[in-house]
Design a protein around this ligand. Structure first.
Ligand code: HEM
Length: 416
């Protein structure tokens, strides 16, 4: 069946301003939406998105050769399959699970306490730009074993790399800028890789340098690409999730009060935030063969974008999907951060997010610390809330006010 052509475009300003308004019409009227300007198909139903992400033989990650590889300096995990993928994924995951995780949680707490301190007496801050973004980059640098003090520079390079991967219409000038960012980050990393090969530590860069696959160590290029991989994958969605969590709770004072009373509910609040407003909105694949869906056929060789935000709001998957409810029975908190998750915010199948449990630990730790500190937290007066991003999406800023901490007053717990 041919795909129905509509004048609606996911590349329009209206869609960019509020994609959530369009998800139900897309699922109902154009579940296989064709976008001629970029010759790509957009799938919005939960069932279809899940099918594409789990059938990795029919839908490959070959699009990443063009979308990611030029700026990643080599192949990333999402481009690998079979024994190579299993082995390298295992090495990466060891960098932020088990004993490494406990150490990192302590570092996250100390780091977050340092970042928030100057704002406490002022009684206001922008949760995205003053706190969430620096924290997400610094935490990722800690995991990798890179210098936290270089975070501004790394964040700037990271921004260029992420722009390349997530843009739908990159001008030649922006493309050059993105490539420069990638080259400079690579030049920054090469001496570090050389040093870790000679003097390994417990950090992820050292583990990657020491790892062997099929009896052969990884080249500098292989290691660099995996460092880029973790840097981009971990930092980009974490600050967005934290800001969205606070936005949704502040907008629903009853649920905020419940989480304040019982911080054990934070896991559910984070899972529901991820379902309701996933920071990774699009996951690309290439169709290996002609594939029929209810709304039409995707031809072999076509680029397909899985619309995670639309799939998570599909009434076939969740009851009353457009309401934010930390108590919803159809989510399942524990499974929401595993391969059994019903929401698709971490992807699903072979390439499901390797950092899901770490992301939960990171955001839960930080939110549990912030809530008692931000007494009477509310949006700043005159807030003009705006989200940005088609591929990854989150608040541009989130200015908050709260009761200032007076000199001598302690709201930080003894563990800090
Ligand atoms: C809320 C936070 C996060 C979200 C929403 C998220 C989302 C995702 C998604 C949707 C994918 C699948 C991509 C695909 O199928 O092509 C993915 C993969 C991945 N994520 Fe995450 N992620 C998060 C945090 C993290 C963190 C903290 C790390 C590392 C510390 C991480 C590392 C990775 C890696 C390495 C992959 C590729 C896995 C593979 O191809 O086998 N992510 N993530």
């Amino acid at each position: 069946m041919p795909v129905a052509r509509t004048r609606f475009s996911v590349l329009s300003e209206d869609f960019a301003a509020d994609p959530y308004r369009y998800f139900a019409p897309l699922r109902n009227q154009a579940p296989v939406h064709y976008e001629p300007a970029i010759d790509s198909y957009f799938l919005s139903r939960h069932e279809d998105v899940k099918r594409v992400l789990t059938d990795h033989e029919a839908f490959t990650t070959e699009t990443l050769q063009v979308r990611a590889e030029p700026v990643m300096r080599g192949r990333v995990l999402a481009q690998m399959t079979g024994a190579e993928h299993t082995a390298k994924r295992k090495i990466v995951v060891r960098g932020f699970t088990g004993p490494a995780l406990q150490e990192q949680i302590r570092a996250i707490r100390a780091n977050a306490a340092e970042l928030i301190a100057p704002f406490l007496t002022r009684g206001r801050m922008d949760l995205v730009n003053d706190f969430g973004k620096p924290l997400a980059v610094q935490v990722t640098l800690d995991v990798l074993g890179l210098e936290r003090r270089d975070w501004r520079q790394v964040a700037a390079w990271h921004g260029g790399i992420a722009e390349f991967i997530t843009s739908m219409d990159l001008t030649p000038e922006r493309r050059r800028h993105c490539m420069d960012c990638a080259e400079q980050l690579e030049a920054y990393l090469l001496p570090v890789i050389e040093q870790r090969r000679r003097h390994p530590g417990e950090d992820l860069v050292s583990r990657l340098c020491a790892a062997e696959f099929d009896g052969i160590g990884m080249s500098d290029r292989d290691v660099t690409a995996l460092i880029f991989n973790v840097l981009v994958a971990a930092a980009e969605p974490a600050d967005k999730t934290l800001a969205l969590l606070f936005k949704h709770l502040i907008d629903r004072p009853e649920q905020l009060a419940q989480v304040r009373r019982d911080p054990d509910l934070l896991g559910a609040a984070i899972a529901e935030t991820l379902r309701f407003t996933p920071p990774v909105q699009l996951v690309p694949r290439r169709a290996g063969q002609d594939t029929a869906f209810a709304g039409g056929t995707v031809p072999a060789g076509a680029t397909v974008f899985c619309m995670i935000g639309a799939a998570n709001r599909d009434p076939a998957a969740f009851t009353d999907p457009d309401s934010f409810d930390i108590h919803r029975p159809d989510l399942g908190v524990a499974r929401s951060f595993t391969a059994a998750a019903q929401h698709l915010s971490f992807g699903t199948g072979l390439h499901q997010c390797v950092g899901a449990a770490f992301a939960r630990a990171e955001i839960e730790t930080v939110a549990a610390m912030l809530l008692p500190l931000l007494d009477q937290v509310r949006h700043s007066p005159g807030l003009r809330y705006q989200e940005a991003g088609l591929y990854t999406r989150g608040p541009v800023s989130l200015p908050l006010e709260f009761t200032p901490v007076r000199a001598g007053e302690r709201r930080l717990g003894p563990t800090l």
